[in-house]
Structure formats: C-alpha cells, structure tokens
Design a protein. Sequence first.
Length: 131
Amino acid sequence: MTTSLRWLALAAALLLITTPSQASLKDIRTERLPQEKAIQQVCADVAAVEEFVRDWSDKWRYETPKEQVASLLKASLDELQKALAAAPNNEELLLLTGLVAQGHEHVREHFLLTSNVKHYLALFLHLLRSS
C-alpha cells in the first residue's frame, strides 16, 4: 500500500470513529462470530443496552444507571479482547468489539479517543494493510 493510500485509509478510519455511526448489532453476522457461550452472552448484553449507548449525550435519560451500563460494556469488552486473542482475523468479532468500545466511550463522562478506540483503529489499519 502506498503512503498516500495509507494516509487516505487513516483519514477514513478517523472520520468513521469521530462521526456519528449508524452501525448496530443487527449489522453483525453473528453466525460468523466464535460460537462460545461467553460471546453469545456479550451479544445478548449489548442488545439489551444498545439503544442507551448509540449516541453520546451529557444527559442520561434511562432508568438503568449509567454506571451499570458502563460496567456491563467494560466486562463485554474484556471478554471480546480475550476472544480476539484467539481469533484476531475474525472480521465480525472485530466489528462487534469496535461497536462495544464505541458504546463504552459513549457512557463515559467525556467522549475521548482513548486507548480502546485507538487499539481497534490500529487493528482496522492492520487489516487494510494485509488485504
């Protein structure tokens, strides 16, 4: 990949993670995910809170406490990171992990480009380079 294409890919990736996204759990082909019970539980957990974390807001409008949702997403993210260690090229797993990382960022007090999002950006760029 030429340097200009790499810069273009980086710019596109940054644009994707810094603009509102319409990706959701329904866009992930769950049949291609590892069929482990823990991953299936992550999908169920994320589906239960997805509407709460779709967009960042400084005001929490839901009955479920924000801290409880953040904790659930952090635990899900930890589980997904373990699964990625075993299946680093599973694109659906990468997408799910990115979706959960983005949701986790949305429930934090401030939306920042943290190490979680940077990590998945690096994985995305790695996949682009290896294509």
